[in-house]
Every structure is written in structure tokens, then in C-alpha cells.
Design a protein around this ligand. Structure first.
Ligand code: HEM
Length: 140
């Protein structure tokens, strides 16, 4: 039997390392970091790990908001979505994830675009609207 994408990515430790490096890359990227101004980054880290783990066939359960609800009112543009995908691909390359596994992960996440992008523009670095309500901080 073919191993799951989760196993081929290297399991929980590898996914955690990639998510943390990706989060740091996004935080330093002026094309998109304004959107995270009011976000609880500990929550985001956990949610991204669980989402990727579950979606790739790993033993996790994502318990966060749906993609539409999580990004509603954030006014993410097409250009900003592409910038985030850029950062993800750069992170996967940095961790030497083979191109087949990169493509499989992008094929899972890419289709979420229509639930996330609200503004059909190539502009990047647009502000987070004041009315945006961030998710509650993670309780640990
Ligand atoms: C395929 C692409 C994407 C995926 C898979 C994704 C996934 C997620 C997940 C799982 C969460 C956590 C939801 C929760 O806490 O319940 C989240 C939150 C968030 N996402 Fe995305 N996202 C994507 C694209 C983007 C883009 C393009 C931006 C902005 C440029 C963005 C900005 C945010 C922000 C700011 C939050 C935190 C919202 C808050 O504080 O409540 N995301 N995303």
C-alpha cells in the first residue's frame, strides 16, 4: 500500500517544523502580514498543524473554523493568496520536500482559494478591516 502523504512528509515532527517556519516567513512578509495583526499566533500554529495533519491522512482532527468563516471579512485579495502560496512553496523547498509531495499538498490546499479570497485584485499588503473579528485565543 502507498504510504499516506502525512507519512511521506515525515509525520508530526516534520509537519510541525514546516508550519513553524512557514508562520515565521508569513510574519516577515509585508505582502500579507498586516492581515495577521490581531491574530493569536499560538492558535494559528495549532490549527495549521492539525489541518495539514488531518488533510494528508494523519492522526489529527482539525477543530478550527471552516475556511469561509475563518477568513470572512478579511478582504484577502488574489495577489495576497498567491503570496501566501509562494511562502508555502519556499518553505517546502527549504525543508527539501520532494516535488511530488509539494504538488500533492498544494492540490489539497489550492482549492480552498474560493473560500478565502474576497477581493479579485492583484494588490498585496492591503489592510485588515477594522470590523474583522479574530478567532478567540487558544486555551491551553
Ligand atoms: C490555502 C490557503 C490557506 C489555508 C489552508 C489557511 C488556513 C487557515 C487556518 C486553518 C486558519 C485557522 C482558523 C481558526 O483559527 O479557526 C486560518 C486563519 C487565518 N488565516 Fe488563513 N489560510 C489560507 C490562506 C490565507 C491567506 C491568503 C491569508 C491572508 C493573506 C490568510 C490569513 C489568515 C489569518 C489572518 C488568520 C487568523 C484569523 C483570526 O485571527 O481569527 N489565510 N487560516
Amino acid at each position: 500500500m502507498e504510504r499516506t502523504l502525512y507519512e511521506r512528509l515525515g509525520g508530526m515532527d516534520a509537519i510541525t517544523a514546516v508550519v513553524e517556519a512557514f508562520r515565521d516567513k508569513v510574519a516577515a512578509d509585508d505582502r500579507i502580514n498586516l492581515k495577521f495583526a490581531r491574530t493569536d499566533l499560538a492558535r494559528l500554529r495549532k490549527m495549521l498543524i492539525d489541518q495539514v495533519c488531518e488533510a494528508t491522512g494523519g492522526p489529527c482532527q482539525y477543530k478550527g473554523r471552516g475556511m469561509k468563516e475563518a477568513h470572512a471579512g478579511m478582504k484577502v485579495t488574489n495577489g495576497e493568496f498567491s503570496a501566501l502560496v509562494d511562502d508555502l512553496v519556499a518553505t517546502l523547498k527549504q525543508f527539501k520536500v520532494p516535488s511530488r509531495e509539494q504538488d500533492e499538498l498544494l492540490a489539497i490546499l489550492g482549492p480552498l482559494k474560493s473560500e478565502i479570497v474576497e477581493v479579485n485584485s492583484n494588490e498585496v499588503g492591503t489592510a485588515l478591516p477594522d470590523a474583522f473579528q479574530p478567532a478567540p485565543a487558544l486555551m491551553t
